[in-house]
Design a protein around this ligand. Structure first.
Ligand SMILES: Nc1ncnc2c1ncn2[C@@H]1O[C@H](COP(=O)(O)OP(=O)(O)O)[C@@H](O)[C@H]1O
Ligand SMILES: [Mg+2]
Length: 364
């Protein structure tokens, strides 16, 4: 679609619009002038970009078919004071706009009055507001279930189970598990919020991924052994250093390796392989790619793009049993983005799943 300014011939209509073309083009939002029949008599560059070059002289509802817009224009032309309103336009792409309509006095005093419409695209801010509301609802929901379980057990321990040593021990163990779940959730939420506030700061240390991966393997060894699993680290020696924050990269690989244990096939190996790459995807320089691969059920292809969304799980029950918070991959995604790296997920059903993190080299 053209973004050229309107040419003079383009702007010639039945009557001269009361505003100069350069004034309208000064607005970055779409601005349209319509006559009482709702014919577009002038529009600025942004509106031309939105509606196409052929809109001039046509009726507005051929392009923006909305009862609300029609009613606003008629109300303004009838002299009702302007109010700010919102309008949803489903075509060609669903978008929300803030709509302002004014009546422009007829400057030549011979023709009719004009209505001026300004549309401000608020789709993104609407989306952000919805995401924020959904997030708060999700967090409350996630905290509420362990909390109500704790309250229930406290009540039982004070009432029916009071004095029952065996039941007390059993319930305390469950309560410990639920409190642990809440603690993990709060820790992950704090980690996410810290990452969000620091997103614009680039990590600047030169770190050795080989040593980070062996730290992670040590931390998770006991848990892996419980499931008959073990880590096999390949190609870790002599790797160049990457640009990074060590504690954050530990979080990345701890989350990926822990997922490999939780969602992998028991009694199999988890292979962690490093390789040098010429270009980090989406970047412009060499890097190190680290692939964490486990055998297992795999992930359906249509679920893969959603895995890094907060609280998204393929199998809620399994995540819960394994002590998941649903935030691990969201944290991974944030950290990788802050490192100007890339995350790639590949999975073959009933076979294997590989998460690959690519990180730019230090001193490039
Ligand atoms: N290696 C893997 N194999 C299969 N599914 C996985 C793997 N890693 C992650 N997933 C899926 O992605 C979901 C989100 O992972 P994550 O954000 O770490 O949350 P959590 O592990 O707490 O549920 C998991 O619940 C699981 O369904
Ligand atoms: Mg996880």
């Amino acid at each position: 679609m053209s973004t050229q300014p309107s040419t003079p011939s383009d702007r010639k209509t039945t009557a001269s619009p009361p505003l100069d073309a350069s004034v309208l083009d000064g607005f970055s939002d779409p601005v349209l002038l319509v006559d009482p029949e709702h014919t577009i008599v002038d529009y600025n560059r942004a509106a031309r970009h939105m509606l196409g070059a052929g809109a001039l002289g046509s009726r507005l509802d051929q392009f923006l078919n909305s009862d609300h817009i029609r009613a606003e224009i008629d109300a303004r032309l009838a002299g009702t004071p302007a109010t700010r309103s919102e309008v949803f336009l489903p075509h060609p792409v669903a978008r929300y706009f803030e709509l302002n309509v004014w009546r422009l006095p007829d400057l030549t005093s011979s023709g009719p009055a004009w209505a001026m419409l300004v549309l401000r695209d608020i789709t993104e801010s609407k989306k952000t507001a919805k995401m924020r509301a959904d997030f708060v609802a999700n967090v409350s929901h996630e905290l509420r279930s362990p909390l109500s379980s704790l309250l229930g057990f406290i009540e039982t321990l004070r009432g029916p189970a009071a004095g029952d040593v065996e039941a007390t021990q059993k319930f305390l163990e469950i309560m410990e598990g639920e409190a642990g779940r809440m603690a993990r959730l709060v820790n992950d939420l704090l980690a996410l919020s810290k990452l969000e506030t620091e997103e614009h700061i680039w990590p600047e240390d030169a770190v050795d991924v080989g040593s980070i991966l062996s730290q992670v393997a040590d931390i998770l060894m006991v848990r892996a052994t419980e499931y008959g699993m073990s880590f096999v680290l390949e190609n870790m020696d002599g790797l160049p250093r990457v640009l990074g924050a060590e504690d954050e990269l530990v979080q990345v690989f701890q989350n990926l390796a822990s997922n490999a244990i939780s969602y992998g096939q028991p009694n199999t190996e988890i292979r962690v392989t490093a390789s040098l790459i010429e270009n980090v995807p989406g970047g412009d320089g060499p890097g190190v790619a680290i692939a964490v691969c486990n055998q297992g059920d795999g992930i359906p292809a249509d679920e893969i793009p959603r895995l890094t969304e907060r609280f998204y799980r393929v199998d809620k029950g399994r995540s819960r049993t394994m002590g998941g918070t649903g935030l691990g991959l969201a944290i991974v995604k944030h950290i990788v983005a802050r490192h100007r790296g890339a995350l790639d997920i590949e999975s073959t059903l009933s076979e294997s799943t590989t998460f690959t993190v690519s990180l730019p080299l230090a001193n490039q």
